[in-house]
Design a protein around this ligand. Structure first.
Ligand SMILES: Nc1ncnc2c1ncn2[C@@H]1O[C@H](COP(=O)(O)OP(=O)(O)OP(=O)(O)O)[C@@H](O)[C@H]1O
Ligand SMILES: [Mg+2]
Length: 237
């Protein structure tokens, strides 16, 4: 079997370590609030769109305006990519808000979180997908339902040949995190911690898994600056 082709992550230094994200597979990105999940996903989306891949960024947390502000603050102009159709931003929070209102009005007790709704929203020819994040679509699910829906989501994405970066925030239960970890091809956790030697706060990523890839066991230090997220090789030098 040939090795799976890779797509550039758009994060400086990260491709040297993991060789890019495996094409046509799903990667999970987890981490605390403010860890850099959105910025990491934007790097990938913009890198892919610039190469001409049909890229869709589904946002459930922030709206399109917030994302544009985030991009502008990092010096990225996404207008051209959006006009050419290479990059599409889909905000699901508005749909969610409408749904909730409708639920109240017609008195349906609970319209359960449905990950399939996300797939229904993306164009047929999507090649690269970011879901930021799936947390808000899973609130009302039981463990069993989450497992079924998440497995199905990963299965459908693979069938459609989509390279996906799926963000799951730390507010989502540990149990759901564990289930999601098993289903995906790769997983990266973004961590803010105190360095035990220097006593200083630092950002590190844990490459939890990346099938068919040689991965470091050590934490990989990174910074967030005006240029976005960047992996640093020798942080103490
Ligand atoms: N120019 C910059 N220089 C340094 N740090 C920055 C810069 N821009 C953003 N940051 C840091 O990046 C963080 C935001 O990263 P991001 O929005 O990607 O996090 P997140 O993991 O998606 O958070 P959330 O869970 O809230 O969605 C900010 O909280 C800030 O600490
Ligand atoms: Mg975010």
């Amino acid at each position: 079997m040939d090795a799976i082709p890779r797509l550039g992550t758009g994060v400086k230094g990260l491709d040297d370590i993991i060789g890019g994200y495996p094409q046509g597979r799903s990667i999970l990105v987890t981490g605390d609030a403010g860890a850099g999940k959105t910025i990491m996903a934007l790097h990938f989306a913009i890198e892919s769109a610039r190469k001409g891949l049909k890229t869709v960024y589904v946002t459930t947390e922030e709206d399109e305006t917030d994302l544009r502000i985030q991009c502008a603050s990092l010096g990225w102009d996404i207008d051209e990519l959006m006009e050419s159709g290479a990059l599409k931003i889909i905000g699901l929070s508005a749909i969610r808000a409408r749904l909730t209102e409708a639920e109240i009005h017609i008195g349906i007790e609970s319209v359960k979180g449905n990950l399939q709704k996300i797939l229904a929203e993306i164009p047929e020819d999507t090649e690269v997908l970011v879901i930021d994040s799936i947390g808000s679509h899973t609130e009302k699910l039981t463990t069993h339902e989450f497992r079924d829906q998440f497995d199905l989501l990963i299965y459908e994405l693979k069938k459609r040949g989509i390279t996906a970066l799926i963000i799951l925030d730390s507010a989502t239960s540990m149990e759901f995190n564990e289930i999601a970890l098993y289903a995906v091809y790769g997983a990266i956790k973004l961590i803010k911690r105190e360095n035990p030697y220097t006593g200083r706060r630092e950002r590190v990523m844990d490459i939890i898994k990346m099938r068919s890839t040689r991965t470091p066991i050590e934490f990989v230090p990174y910074i967030i600056s005006d240029d976005g997220l960047e992996v640093i090789e020798n942080p103490d030098e």
